[in-house]
Design a protein around this ligand. Sequence first.
Ligand SMILES: [Ca+2]
Length: 67
Amino acid sequence: MKSHKYSITMIIAMMILFFYGLCAQAIAQDECIRSNTPIIADLNGDCRVDFQDFVIFASQWLDSSEF
Ligand SMILES: [Ca+2]
């Protein structure tokens, strides 16, 4: 019989952590919008720090106004 790499308990725990993360992110985004408090790493101003912000960061990596 083939053994499973992950137990069902581990899979359920990972799912709970994933959905907890989604809820925490939604709460933080609501607080950002409600209080109009910017998040430093939120480069496009949508109250979420995600891959879109990373793309902006990476596209300007090593850019300089000195040249
Ligand atoms: Ca953003």
